[in-house]
Design a protein around this ligand. Structure first.
Ligand code: ATP
Ligand code: MN
Length: 484
């Protein structure tokens, strides 16, 4: 048996001393041929392993290099060094994996996030990414915990789909047909997908919502949590080509119920991270504060990371309609001084991210739930609001906007009335025959229902304070990049 070691986090947390322990991990630094800073990923805090002078062979000592993997056995003793209560006085050290210090790309110094992205296979071994991915784990765990406690059923919706009807974004095609021009053709020269693997044209999913709705019409409350794919060429700090989305779908929910659930959910998972990842959050808060020191005063965050998260936990999200938002934007000094790149043309316009950010960061200074958007700028499945002003038909849509991130949630009450849904699909040129299964839920026991999609990486960004979405997913996929 090899795995009889104690994790460093556990050792550092303990009060006891003068007992024997085995540790394994990766060397961060080796000072004075005596002091090894050892890390095993359980915490950012390293365990000091003392290799007393004269105890170990030079042949072993010279292999204790940054990046090397070692096993050390010895006594846990009170530490004389500062910053730690205990250390391990080694009686034996075994090199599990050498690391050529000359070639190892991670030097014990500060590296830029851009550089670390190029060595994403090794960046887990830094403090920043150690903290980010432990928090990511906690948030994922909290997602399941939240929904499980509420009696939601976790539904695995398909990753390969044939429906291209959702219109959420550009899709990646899935095919086994040859791409060298020899794929079978129809008489009109288009590709004959009947000959393809699935006998039809297929894509990677952009959202599990439509299938989620089917399940909600049986289990009442379901959620998905899986990868989604968008072939959109957006090189922003908030878009990935492959990202994880959480999509709850609830029968017997209206828009207000939906917003209540989303708010409770977001606060719950943030609180879970605050309760379970304090050390990592404090590390990232410090990192962010350092990083912002180089920015001009007006570009710095008003609150520190922890303060911001506490603020979100203790304040209600601001709720307002799209129509109210347009009025605020129109009346703003920012608009009057023509500081928006995209002009506020009035009711009916789609909001650009600069407008959303103005509302969240400048006007309300807290998360905002925007509701009841014009039907024309939203998806076909969103429910028509009743009693709209003439010429101002809205739908029961909601977007949740977060400071520093922009849109973090998109959701709606769904159109459950068959006649209205069919009319809208016709108007928006959504293929109804292909989506017969979706329409069946409206034919057989339809009910009011609602749901939303939360982009998991944007949530991780919000909680960790990381500025670029590419730094909160282990191996980011974005235009011209699918390394590792
Ligand atoms: P945006 O306007 O920011 O592109 P969207 O309107 O395309 O977002 P939805 O289709 O409503 O977003 O998707 C639901 C959620 O998924 C969004 O609120 C966001 O959190 C997340 N999301 C959408 N596209 C991406 C992407 N390319 N990368 C990461 N997360 C995304
Ligand atoms: Mn988008």
């Amino acid at each position: 048996m090899l795995n009889n070691r104690t994790k460093i986090k556990e050792l550092l947390a303990g009060e006891a001393t003068n007992y024997e322990a085995t540790v394994m991990g990766w060397v961060r630094t080796f000072r004075n041929n005596q002091f090894i800073a050892l890390n095993d990923g359980s915490t950012n805090n390293n365990l000091q392993v003392l290799a007393e002078l004269g105890t170990f062979d030079e042949s072993i000592l010279k292999r204790i290099t940054t990046g090397a993997c070692i096993k050390a056995v010895g006594e846990i003793i009170p530490s004389l060094g500062k910053g730690q209560r205990v250390e391990l006085k080694a009686s034996s050290i075994e090199i599990l994996g050498d690391s050529d210090a000359e070639k190892f790309p991670l030097q014990p110094k500060k590296h830029s996030l851009e550089f670390l992205r190029e060595i994403a296979h090794l960046r887990f071994r830094t403090n920043t990414f150690g903290s980010v991915f432990r928090i990511r784990h906690s948030l994922a765990f909290a997602v399941h915990k939240f929904f499980n406690e509420k009696g939601f059923v976790y539904m695995h919706t398909p990753i390969i789909t044939a429906s291209d009807a959702e219109g959420a974004g550009e899709m990646f095609r899935v095919t086994t047909l040859p791409i060298d021009g020899t794929a079978p053709r129809n008489d009109d020269a288009t590709i004959n997908f009947k000959e393809d693997f699935f006998g039809r044209s297929t894509n990677l999913t952009v959202s599990g919502q439509l299938e989620g709705e089917l399940a909600a019409m049986a289990f009442s409350d379901i959620y998905t949590f899986g990868p989604t794919f968008r072939a959109e060429n957006s090189n922003t700090t908030r878009h990935l080509a492959e990202f994880w989305m959480i999509e709850p779908e609830m029968a017997f929910y209206d828009l207000e119920d939906n917003a209540n659930l989303a708010e409770e959910f977001i606060q719950y998972i943030i609180k879970y991270a605050m309760d379970n990842n304090r050390e990592d959050l404090e590390f990232l808060a410090q990192r962010l504060a350092e990083e912002e020191k180089s920015l001009p005063q007006d570009k710095r965050s008003e609150m520190g990371l922890i303060e911001k998260l506490e603020f979100v936990l203790s304040n209600k999200f601001e709720r307002l309609t799209y129509t109210q938002a347009i009025d605020i934007l129109k009346e703003s000094n920012h608009n009057k001084k023509k500081k928006f790149q995209y002009e506020i043309t009035g009711w009916g316009m789609d909001l650009q991210s600069e407008h959303e950010r103005y509302l969240v960061e400048k006007h309300f200074k807290k998360p905002v739930i925007l509701t009841n958007y014009p039907a024309a700028i939203k998806s076909f499945y969103m429910r028509y609001d009743d009693n709209c002003e003439p010429g101002r038909q809205t739908v029961a849509a909601m977007d949740i906007l977060a400071p520093g991130i922009g849109e973090i949630v998109g959701g709606s009450q769904r159109e459950e009335r068959l006649d209205k849904l069919e009319q809208k699909m016709k108007d928006m040129h959504i293929p109804m025959e292909e989506l017969y299964w979706y329409l069946d839920t409206r034919r057989y026991g339809a009910c009011p229902h609602a749901g939303f999609g939360l982009g998991f990486e944007r949530m991780v960004q919000f909680v960790t304070g990381m500025g670029n979405i590419r730094d909160v997913i282990p191996f980011p996929r974005y235009p011209k990049s699918a390394e590792f």
